[in-house]
Design a protein around this ligand. Structure first.
Ligand code: ZN
Length: 448
C-alpha cells in the first residue's frame, strides 16, 4: 500500500525562487490545457482529456515553453488534469451534477516526479529541470521516513506559505510474530467525537478514550491569536486601489505562516490520535474496528468519489487516517450507521434522553457509565456479519452481545501542542509513558 509523508525544505533564497518558478510553470501548463479546451469547446470540438493525447499536445508545444519545468514535471500536471476530468465525468455520469470539470486557473500547482526521474540521497534531492538549466539540488529538513528502495515519487508543493516535498512510498503491511497478529474475530467499536476524537470499546471489557482537549485548546488559542493579529494590522491594510505597503505584505505573509503552522499542528495531533487507536488495537489483538459514521454513510463499496468526500471532511479525515493506519497494521475497518448509539442503553437498548454531561444513566436497568464508550459498545454490535445475505448487500448486521468497557486506557491527542501539555500545566504530575495505564472502574451497576 502507498503512504505519503511531508518533509520540509532548507533552501537558499535562489533555490526557493527556482522552486516557486517550477510551481508557477506547472500552473501555466494547467492554464494552457484549460485554454486549449476552452477554445475547442467554442469551436464545437471535443476536449483533449486523455493523458496520452495531452502529452502529444505538450510535445507539439516544444521544449522550453514552461521555464525550468521539464517534460516529466509538466506531464504530472497533465496526469492531474486528466484524472480530475475523468473523476468529474464519472460523478456526473452517476447523476451528481455538482461535479465540475477542471476550469479554475491556479497560480501554483504541485509538481510530481516519479521514480527514476529524480535523485534522492538521504537529505539531498535533485529534481529534474528543463534541458539547458542548472541542476536543482534541494536539502530536506529531515530524513525521509521510508527506506529509499520503497520511495515511488516525490512531489514539490507550496502550502501555508512554505515549500514542501511529499514523499510517497510503497510500504508492506506489518508482519507479526506467530499468535500476535490482530484477530478479525476480536471486534472493537469506535465512536467519533469532538471532545473525544475516538472512544473505543473492545473485547474482554477493554476500552480506550482519546482526549482531544489539547487540540481544542490549540484551536482556541489560534483563534484568539488570529483576532489579535488582525486588530493589530488593520491599520496597515491598503485601501481599494492603493498599493499594499511592505509592512502590510509582511504581516500577511506572517499570518499565512502562522495559519500553516496551526494546520500542521492539528494534522499531527489527528495522526497521533489515530495512531493511538491502532497501537491499542494491536496490543489487544483487535482485528476488526467498527466505526460509527455520523454522516449515516453505510459500509458500501467506497469509490473514488466517496473517498474524496471523506478527505474533505474533518470527520472524514479522522476516518481516513484511521483506515490508512489500520490497513497497514492488517486491521479491517467497517463503517456503520451510528444513529441513536449515543442515546441508547447498550444493555437493554431502551432510549435514554440525551444526557447533559459525559455520563449516561439508564433508568430502566440502572446502568451508568461514559456516554461515548457506551456508544462505542453499541456500535461494536453493528459489525456487519459475514453471512451470505450481507455479502450480497442486504445490509443487515449480525447482532453480537454487547461488551461494556471495564478497563480503560486514557490517552490524549496532541501532547506536543504548546500550552496544552500535561507537563506545562502541572509539572508535578508524572510523565506519561507509552505503557502507562490509568485504570479505573468505569461501569458499575447500581442496586437493582
Ligand atoms: Zn438499560
Amino acid at each position: 500500500m502507498h503512504r505519503t509523508a511531508r518533509v520540509g525544505l532548507r533552501l537558499t533564497r535562489a533555490q526557493r525562487a527556482r522552486c516557486y518558478g517550477l510551481l508557477r510553470s506547472a500552473g501555466d501548463v494547467w492554464a494552457c490545457v484549460l485554454e486549449v479546451n476552452h477554445w475547442r469547446w467554442r469551436h464545437d470540438a471535443p476536449p483533449v482529456v486523455g493523458y496520452q493525447a495531452l502529452c502529444r499536445e505538450l510535445s507539439a508545444a516544444g521544449p522550453g515553453t514552461f521555464g525550468e519545468l521539464d517534460s516529466t514535471g509538466a506531464r504530472s500536471v497533465l496526469r492531474r488534469y486528466s484524472d480530475a476530468w475523468f473523476a468529474a465525468a464519472k460523478r456526473r455520469h452517476a447523476g451528481d451534477l455538482t461535479a465540475r470539470f477542471p476550469r479554475r486557473r491556479r497560480g501554483l500547482l504541485p509538481v510530481r516526479y516519479y521514480h527514476g526521474t529524480y535523485t534522492l540521497d538521504r537529505r539531498r534531492l535533485r529534481l529534474p529541470t528543463a534541458a539547458g538549466s542548472r541542476p536543482l539540488w534541494l536539502r530536506l529538513d529531515r530524513d525521509v521516513p521510508y527506506p529509499m528502495e520503497q520511495v515511488r515519487s516525490v512531489t514539490l508543493l507550496a502550502e501555508g506559505g512554505r515549500l514542501w516535498i511529499e514523499v510517497t512510498a510503497e510500504v508492506p503491511v506489518t508482519s507479526y510474530p506467530q499468535g500476535a497478529a490482530p484477530d478479525p474475530g476480536r471486534v472493537a467499536g469506535v465512536d467519533l467525537g469532538v471532545i473525544h476524537p475516538y472512544a473505543v470499546a473492545g473485547p474482554d471489557g477493554h476500552g480506550l478514550l482519546v482526549s482531544g482537549r489539547a487540540v481544542r485548546a490549540e484551536h482556541r488559542m489560534h483563534l484568539a491569536d488570529t483576532k489579535h493579529r488582525r486588530r493589530a494590522t488593520a491599520g496597515q491594510a491598503p485601501k481599494p486601489g492603493q498599493r499594499g505597503s511592505r509592512r502590510w505584505r509582511q504581516a500577511r505573509r506572517r499570518a499565512r505562516l502562522v495559519e500553516g503552522r496551526h494546520r500542521r499542528r492539528i494534522r499531527q495531533a489527528q495522526h497521533e490520535a489515530a495512531k493511538t487507536v491502532i497501537d491499542w488495537a494491536v496490543r489487544h489483538r483487535v482485528g476488526t474496528l467498527t466505526v460509527g459514521d455520523p454522516r449515516g454513510v453505510l459500509d458500501l463499496p467506497a469509490g473514488r468519489r466517496h473517498n474524496l468526500r471523506l478527505r474533505q471532511w474533518q470527520i472524514g479525515r479522522a476516518i481516513s487516517m484511521l483506515r490508512d493506519k489500520a490497513e497497514l497494521a492488517g486491521i479491517v475497518v467497517h463503517l456503520v450507521d451510528e444513529r441513536g448509539t449515543s442515546s441508547t442503553c447498550p444493555t437493554c437498548r431502551k432510549r435514554i434522553s440525551k444526557p447533559a454531561g459525559r455520563t449516561m444513566t439508564c433508568r430502566l436497568c440502572n446502568l451508568t457509565g461514559h456516554r461515548d464508550l457506551f456508544a462505542a459498545a453499541t456500535i461494536a454490535t453493528r459489525t456487519p456479519g459475514r453471512t451470505p445475505a450481507t455479502e450480497a448487500g442486504g445490509g443487515s448486521s449480525v447482532t453480537t452481545a454487547v461488551v461494556l468497557p471495564r478497563t480503560l486506557t486514557h490517552r490524549r491527542a496532541g501532547r506536543h501542542l504548546p500550552g496544552a501539555g500535561l507537563s506545562r500545566r502541572d509539572p508535578r504530575r508524572p510523565h506519561h509513558t507509552d505503557h502507562h495505564h490509568q485504570r479505573w472502574r468505569l461501569v458499575r451497576h447500581r442496586r437493582r
